[in-house]
Design a protein around this ligand. Structure first.
Ligand code: BGP
Length: 472
């Protein structure tokens, strides 16, 4: 038994966290460029501080990131050496359409990704492309206020069409929006939203979410029309919500948290707004304005597969409890779990639980497109990192995933860990929160040579792939 022979092992990254080169190749400015490192980041990514230009007072880690823009050949070679079958990556929208509204795409941007795909092909690596990974042109934020405006749908589809046509021979697997539920927690990063004083934030968020959901469905339609082999997935930040105790109140609150999280995939996979969302959004007066054809569009073009990120489970209490950090949002501190250096719970069995719940819910193939440990790495004097802690984390999660496949019958297409090469953290903008199998000599203050040095986990993961997950 074990994993299917065509199981897709690999790693995942995002343009804004690895590429850098934001002023090169005709690329235009994007929301992700102006998310600073440091204490102001949180207000900016949540849309509570409008800062659409870079200024002298802040440091912007996406500007250089880890220079994938110039070093992609070396990085992909390293992925090839590990035996990757798939590389999940994203397109920087403003490399293709610098303002988001040009009539014709920017050829230099298109060529850049073409070279990336060609490089992948050399090593037999299939690209899995996220069309929008926290990415929105600044021009569209200034003109339309980001995804709050329905006209964003047409801009996004223009991008999709160009990608589907131009990369037809390279890419068959696409994700429409990274962690689409992030819109509720980091709406500037997720959807280019900045809030005005006194406006109903929830209403804006669900309206923007609706536009993204319609755009996602229309992208599925377009992808299928352009190439019959195209498969399109949704992507959300997963992690089951556990009740803090078996008190019915805790159980109920946990259910509400799960529903809030599943809402997006519910629409994308099943093709309609779930009844719980209709009632609750209406009751709060935040049900989005829809056009007549929207219901039909959502119904006719559901996604082909479901992908998600899993870093941790969550723990939900009806009464106030001590909290713990985590991907997306804080929740109650689970007394049964250990925590990472950034305070995120570590819960491998939770991945098996999540896989089962998601599969039960949708009955469509799944893809784990992010999972990993952000940790402080300390290289020796040769730059080598013995990251046994990362190996332990990944081993336990892969074991749990294996059990879900082998023993529970979950249909799983692949696993891309976050992230093969160290890169910038999305939530904190830090460089020192590292996830990679490959160390990048780049420090918090931007200094360093950028040199790539495989860590211990590099050799371990290579063996995992070689043995199709038999040797962990
Ligand atoms: C997810 C994002 C990624 C990635 C990851 C790790 O939310 O999709 O972009 O960064 O989390 O989170 P962080 O970088 O905040 O540690």
């Amino acid at each position: 038994m074990g994993f299917p022979v065509d199981f897709l092992w690999g790693g995942a990254s995002a343009a804004n966290q690895c590429e850098g080169g934001i002023f090169e190749g005709g690329r235009g400015p994007a929301n992700v460029d102006v998310c600073p490192a440091g204490p102001d980041r949180s207000e900016v990514i949540t849309g509570h501080r409008k800062m659409l230009r870079m200024d002298e007072a802040h440091r912007y880690p996406a500007a250089e990131a880890v220079d994938f823009y110039h070093r992609f050949r070396e990085d992909i070679r390293l992925m090839g050496e590990m035996g990757f079958k798939v590389y999940r990556m994203s397109i920087a929208w403003t490399r293709i359409f610098p303002t988001g509204e040009e009539e014709t795409p920017n050829e230099a941007g298109l060529q850049f990704y073409e070279q990336v795909f060609q490089e992948c092909r050399k090593y037999g690596i299939r690209p899995l492309v996220t069309i929008s990974h926290f990415d929105c042109p600044i021009h569209l934020i200034e003109k339309y206020g980001g995804w709050r405006d329905r006209r964003m749908i047409a801009c996004y589809l223009r991008l999709c069409r160009v990608l589907f046509v131009r990369y037809r021979e390279y890419v068959t697997h696409w994700l429409t929006f990274n962690e689409i539920n992030m819109i509720l927690h980091a709406p500037f990063m997720g959807a280019g939203l900045c809030f005005e004083e006194g406006e109903n934030e929830e209403q804006v968020k669900y309206q923007a979410a609706h536009h993204e959901l319609v755009a996602s469905a229309l992208a599925v339609k377009l992808a299928h029309e352009i190439h019959a082999e195209n498969k399109v997935g949704c992507m959300f930040a997963a992690g089951s919500a556990y009740p803090y105790s078996c008190s019915p109140e805790d159980v109920w609150e946990a259910l509400l948290t799960d529903q809030e999280n599943y809402f997006f995939a519910d629409v994308q996979a099943r093709g309609y707004y779930p009844s719980y969302a209709v009632r609750r959004l209406q009751k709060k007066g935040v049900y989005p304005v829809m056009e007549q054809e929207d219901e039909r569009i959502l119904r006719e073009y559901p996604v082909d597969f479901i992908s998600f990120s899993y870093y941790n489970s969550r723990c939900i209490a009806a009464k106030e409890q001590e909290t713990a950090e985590g991907n997306l949002f804080k929740s109650a501190k689970n007394p049964y779990l250990k925590f990472s250096e950034w305070g995120w719970p570590i819960d491998p069995l939770g991945l098996r639980t999540t896989l089962n719940q998601v599969y039960d819910r949708y009955q469509k193939p799944l893809f784990i497109v992010e999972n990993g440990l952000g940790a402080l790495d300390e290289p020796d004097d040769k730059g080598y990192v013995a990251d046994d802690y990362r190996i332990d984390y990944l081993r336990e999660h892969i074991r749990a995933m294996k059990a879900a496949v082998e023993e529970d019958g979950v249909e799983l297409l692949g696993y891309t860990s976050w992230a093969p090469i160290d890169l910038i953290s999305a939530s904190t903008g830090q460089m020192k929160k590292r996830y990679g199998f490959v160390y990048v000599d780049k420090q918090e203050d931007g200094s360093g040579t950028g040199r790539r040095i495989p860590k211990k986990s590099f050799y371990w993961y290579k063996r995992v792939i070689e043995t199709n997950g038999e040797e962990l």
